[in-house]
Design a binder for this molecule. Structure first.
Ligand SMILES: [Zn+2]
Length: 333
C-alpha cells in the first residue's frame, strides 16, 4: 500500500494515475493480498424497480451541495467537516436507514488525528452486498480558500441523494461517506485514502469484505461540463466498467462516459487491493481547457463550475449500474 501511494507522493497530487500504479496494483494483488474466504452468504438476483434511476432528484442533491459548500473548507479534523457530518447524519435521520459514525484515530503528517466515516445501511446490521461511497472531506490548502464544490462536495451530496432513493429498497447496501480521502502532504504511508483504508480493513477483519459484490465509488461528479472518465480497468474493475457503459447506454447517457488511459488513485483502491470488485465513477477532467483538469485542487473549484444536471447524470448511472449488478447471482459460481 505505501509503495503504491509513494508513486503519488512524487506528484504530491491525488488521483493522478499511471501505468506504474497498474503494475504495482497487479503485483500487490498477486503477491499476497489474498482477500477472504468464499462468501458465506449466497445472494439471489434482486430485482430493483426499473425506474430507480429516475428517482434521483438532482435539484435536491444540488441543495445538499449548496449547504455542504456553505460550511466552507472542510479538511479532515476541521470544525467545518464536523458540521458537514452533522448535516449528512441529520438528513439520514429522515430515512429508515441505520446510521453509524465510525470514528478512529490514526497517525498523519500533522500528528495523530481523529477521522469519521459515516455509514448508512438499508437494513440493520446487514453485511454489505453493495458499498456505494464518496468522500466528504476537502484537501487542506492553507494558502488559499478551497471549498471543493466538486472535489469532496459533489460526492457527498450525490451519495446522500442515493441514500434517499435506496431507502426501503430490498437490497443490502451500505452508503458510505469517507473522511480523509485527501492527503495532507503526499500519498504515502498513512497519508490519504484514510477512511476507505480503515473501512476495508475493518470489514476484512470482520470477515465481511468477501460479501461485497460491488463497490461503487463516486468522486468529482459535479462538473458543469460533465463526462465520466473511468480509470483504465484492470481485472477486478473490468466487469463493473463494462456494466457502467451498458447502464449509461440503456439510459441514453452513453455520451457521458469515456475511458482514461490511466489508473486513478482514489478510495476504491483499498477495496481492489482486497479483491473486491470496485469502480470509480469520476470525471477527472474538470476545467475549461479540455484534458487539462485545471479547476482541480485550486480556488476555482466552486459552485459556479458545477451543475445539478451533472449530479443527476452520475446518480442515474450509479443507480442503473446497481440495478443491473443486483440482478446477478453472488457469488457468481
Ligand atoms: Zn481531491
Amino acid at each position: 500500500m505505501s509503495k503504491l501511494l509513494r508513486i503519488f507522493g512524487r506528484t504530491g497530487r491525488s488521483k493522478v494515475g499511471s501505468l506504474q500504479l497498474a503494475c504495482v496494483l497487479l503485483s500487490a494483488l498477486a503477491a499476497g493480498f489474498t482477500g477472504c474466504e468464499k462468501p458465506r452468504v449466497i445472494y439471489k438476483p434482486t430485482p430493483l424497480p426499473e425506474d430507480l434511476p429516475k428517482r434521483f432528484d438532482a435539484q435536491r442533491a444540488w441543495r445538499d451541495l449548496e449547504r455542504i459548500v456553505s460550511f466552507g473548507p472542510r479538511p479532515a479534523g476541521s470544525e467545518a467537516l464536523a458540521h458537514t457530518a452533522g448535516y449528512i447524519v441529520e438528513q439520514l435521520r429522515a430515512t429508515t436507514m441505520e446510521v453509524e459514525e465510525q470514528t478512529f484515530r490514526t497517525n498523519t503528517p500533522r500528528g495523530p488525528m481523529t477521522f469519521r466515516n459515516i455509514i448508512a445501511r438499508t437494513r440493520p446490521a446487514c453485511p454489505p452486498r453493495f458499498i456505494i461511497a464518496g468522500h466528504y472531506d476537502t484537501k487542506w490548502f492553507p494558502e488559499f480558500r478551497f471549498v471543493g464544490a466538486n472535489d469532496g462536495g459533489s460526492s457527498a451530496a450525490a451519495v446522500l441523494e442515493l441514500a434517499r432513493v435506496l431507502d426501503k429498497q430490498p437490497v443490502d447496501a451500505w452508503l458510505v461517506w469517507f473522511d480523509g480521502e485527501e492527503c495532507i502532504k503526499a500519498y504515502e504511508g498513512d497519508d490519504g485514502l484514510v477512511g476507505s483504508t480503515h473501512l476495508s480493513r475493518t470489514l476484512f477483519n470482520q470477515k465481511k469484505l468477501n460479501q461485497v459484490q460491488a463497490m461503487i465509488l463516486l468522486d468529482m461528479v459535479g462538473d458543469k461540463n460533465f463526462r465520466l472518465t473511468l480509470p483504465k480497468p484492470y481485472p477486478l474493475e473490468q466487469h463493473l466498467t463494462k456494466k457502467v457503459f451498458e447502464a449509461a447506454y440503456a439510459l441514453g447517457l452513453r455520451d457521458y462516459v469515456s475511458l482514461l488511459p490511466n489508473a486513478i488513485a482514489d478510495d476504491h483502491i483499498p477495496f481492489l487491493l482486497n479483491k473486491v470488485r470496485a469502480v470509480d465513477l469520476i470525471d477527472f477532467d474538470y476545467g475549461n481547457l479540455p484534458g487539462q483538469n485545471n479547476f482541480w485542487h485550486n480556488e476555482r473549484d466552486t459552485l459556479e463550475r458545477c451543475a445539478p444536471e451533472s449530479l443527476g447524470i452520475a446518480g442515474q448511472i450509479a443507480l442503473e449500474l446497481l440495478r443491473r449488478v443486483a440482478l446477478e447471482k453472488w457469488p457468481a459460481d
